[in-house]
Write a protein that binds this ligand. Structure first.
Ligand SMILES: *Cc1c(COP(=O)(O)O)cnc(C)c1O
Length: 342
């Protein structure tokens, strides 16, 4: 077994670790800019219009991070004490410092994965909503979906499943927010447009800083009235920025790169197949996330790090994510250096 040579680790911790390349840096350097808090930055506006167009929404708003985008959506949709629903282990439940409750005032209720990893069923939604009830009953306000579902292993909700979930939510009087941090990956995996996967959702969050490779930036999309309100909440949270065109320019270059995600998905399948051959129990990844079940994940993660393979522990195992800075050769080196299962 030849370990990956010291000094050149393969970083599979996240698809956020990509660095902007020369073309992206060049676009950032040349970006046309103005004060976005005062009267609008032209490059940010171009990016926002482009994302709104791709998602089929009326408008969109650049935000510094996906977490802030989700938080803004929840702040606009929820009043204090309102209940919202989200699939088990959703990012908005487990990975955002509890801001859904802490700052947006939402009371979460977890939905099971009845339609496969990461995806609840329409009847889970219908059953969870309290129809009527006494004056002290909770007000059920919002369904948060996540596509792809990160903690489930980058799993995809199909257009048909999405359509039925949105239908059930709207029929029950709920709004729908879609956490589409990796919606681009879902669209490429299914061979559909991001707009197909966002159809009917009241608001959609997408990230530009993951597989698409921008250094900073997410976009929150929705109707005109929603975006107007979201802009106020963004300012309240300190997310109103000035010459943001420098960052938005990177986002515009990133948007052109959505198709290259197919390569990351191919690399993830190659990695999973190679590790399965070595005795690890892992299924076929649907997108760019590979999760290896491990009883002592932190131990396995440090073992791998010593062999030049950087990964992250999760509560069920070891997570590896392929991205634009990981080549086929890197994947083959990782497979070669991987220890046998313990
Ligand atoms: C990464 C991620 C986010 C937002 O992350 P930031 O690091 O705040 O940009 C939101 N939802 C999901 C599912 C994610 O994977």
């Amino acid at each position: 077994m030849t370990p990956v040579p010291a000094g050149t680790p393969v970083d599979l911790r996240s698809d956020t670790v990509t660095r902007p390349d020369a073309r992206m840096r060049d676009a950032m350097a040349r970006a046309e800019v103005a004060d976005d808090v005062l009267d609008g930055d032209p490059t940010m506006r171009t990016l926002e219009e482009s994302v709104a167009h791709r998602l089929g929404t009326e408008d969109a708003l650049w935000v510094p991070s996906g977490s802030m985008g989700n938080l803004i959506a929840l702040c606009v949709h929820l009043e204090r004490g309102d209940r919202f629903f989200a699939p088990d282990r959703a990012h908005v439940l487990d990975q955002e410092v509890g801001t859904a409750a802490w700052l947006a005032g939402g009371l979460p209720r977890v939905l099971p994965w009845s339609e496969g990893p990461g995806t609840p069923s329409p009847s889970d939604v219908t059953r969870a909503v309290a129809h009527g009830g006494p004056y002290f009953a909770l007000r059920d306000r919002l369904l948060c979906l996540e596509n792809t579902h990160n903690a489930a292993g980058g799993t995809v909700t199909t257009v048909e499943q999405h359509r039925r979930l949105v239908g059930a939510a709207h029929a029950a009087g709920l709004l729908v927010h879609l956490d589409g941090a990796r919606l681009w990956n879902a669209a490429v995996a299914l061979g559909v447009s991001p707009a197909d996967l966002a159809a009917g959702a009241d608001t959609v969050l997408v990230c530009l800083s993951k597989g698409l490779g921008a250094p900073v930036g997410s976009v929150l999309a929705g109707g005109t009235a929603f975006v107007r309100e979201a802009r106020r909440v963004r300012k309240m949270l300190g997310g109103g920025i000035r010459q943001g065109g420098v960052l938005a320019a990177a986002g515009l270059v990133a948007l052109e790169r959505a198709d290259r995600l197919a390569e990351d998905h191919h690399h993830a399948r190659l990695l999973a197949a190679g590790l399965a051959e070595r005795g690890w129990k892992t299924g076929i990844p649907q997108t760019n996330i590979v999760v290896l079940p491990a009883d002592d994940a932190p131990h396995t993660v440090s073992l791998l790090a010593r062999r030049g393979i950087l990964t992250l522990p999760t509560d069920v195992g070891v997570r590896m994510i392929t991205h634009g800075d990981v080549s086929r050769r890197d994947v083959l080196r990782v497979i070669e250096s991987f220890p046998p299962p313990v």
